[in-house]
Design a binder for this molecule. Structure first.
Ligand SMILES: Cc1cc2nc3c(=O)[nH]c(=O)nc-3n(C[C@H](O)[C@H](O)[C@H](O)COP(=O)(O)OP(=O)(O)OC[C@H]3O[C@@H](n4cnc5c(N)ncnc54)[C@H](O)[C@@H]3O)c2cc1C
Length: 266
């Protein structure tokens, strides 16, 4: 790890000003991705701007039509919140499947989305639910947020403050996980908002999360497991690593989608 300056601002304005002023300033949330990257010297920020004193980023607001999760809300809090469990249980279930207990108590939604790991779980929910990402500068539609491998629509110094998830009629997330890290080899989030508005978000399979439009069209006609069971996904462009081939990942998208629809109907 290379030497860096540590800052702990007390408010949002100071945090943004610090990150923008420094050569290589980076925000520090739970450190679950950033600190590892620094140890491996894949990332060498000159300055770390710790967000842990910013109380405004820790709010979790549940309304009848929307769940808004502050950027610094830990995965464990989303997983165990009685109001999220009641209003948007699929999101709580997804958060409860992230990593292990330690990761869930330190990792944050803001850090997860800004990092945009191809195997992260929250991106599937952002696309599957059509979430909106609020930053210190603007609101970004979830569909326009993920740009590629570890790449997002965020500009240098831009800070995620919260993520708002619309509440669907029914939804579920299914993941085939890496048994060691528990990251998604493939994860599929399916949501039915009624009136033919169905969304399918896929993570783990490609360089970043994406929507599966063929499945969305099939589920619009009939929201049933059989509607997706016969869809053969092309392996073109899907990830190929020691965990799974593109062909295996393509197959898993169909299987996870079918299971997610089954779970959403229960
Ligand atoms: C062993 C292990 C297993 C894991 N398993 C899973 C899993 O199964 N599924 C899964 O989804 N994830 C998994 N993770 C990742 C975990 O969910 C963390 O959320 C993720 O690593 C981000 O960590 P963090 O919130 O601590 O952010 P940090 O590591 O502190 O920051 C990550 C990046 O985001 C930036 N950042 C942080 N907050 C903001 C913000 N508000 N605005 C703008 N930029 C910001 C930082 O500058 C940095 O570049 C795992 C991690 C570990 C270590």
């Amino acid at each position: 790890m290379r030497a860096f300056e540590y800052h702990r601002p007390a408010n949002l304005k100071d945090a943004v000003a610090l990150a923008e002023k420094k050569d290589e300033g980076r925000y520090l949330a739970g450190g679950q991705s950033l600190v590892q990257a620094m140890k491996l010297r894949l990332s060498a920020p000159t300055d770390l701007v710790d967000l842990n004193a910013l109380q405004d980023l820790k709010a979790l607001k549940v309304e009848p039509g929307a769940v808004t999760v502050g950027a610094m809300v830990r995965h464990a809090e989303v997983a165990s919140s009685s109001s999220v469990l009641k209003t948007l249980p699929a999101l709580a279930a997804l958060a409860g499947q992230i990593g292990d207990r330690q990761v869930r108590h330190l990792g944050t939604i803001g850090g997860s989305l800004a990092n945009n790991d191809p195997a992260a779980d929250y991106p599937a929910a952002v696309l599957g639910l059509g979430a909106t990402i609020t930053t210190n500068k603007r609101k970004i539609e979830g569909d326009k947020f993920f740009k590629g491998l570890y790449e997002t629509a965020l500009q240098p110094g831009e800070l995620i403050t919260a993520v708002t998830f619309p509440v669907p009629k029914r939804a579920a997330y299914m993941k085939f996980k890496n048994p060691a890290s528990r990251f998604a080899i493939v994860g599929v989030f399916v949501a039915d908002f009624g009136g033919g508005n169905v969304r399918v978000g896929v993570t783990g399979a490609g360089p970043c999360a994406f929507r599966q439009s063929e499945m969305e069209q099939a589920l619009k006609k009939n929201f049933a497991p059989d509607s997706v069971a016969g869809i053969k996904v092309s392996p073109d462009g899907l990830n190929n690593d020691l965990h799974a081939s593109p062909e295996y990942r393509a197959h898993l998208i169909t299987i996870m989608a079918k299971r997610a629809v089954e779970a959403a109907l229960k």
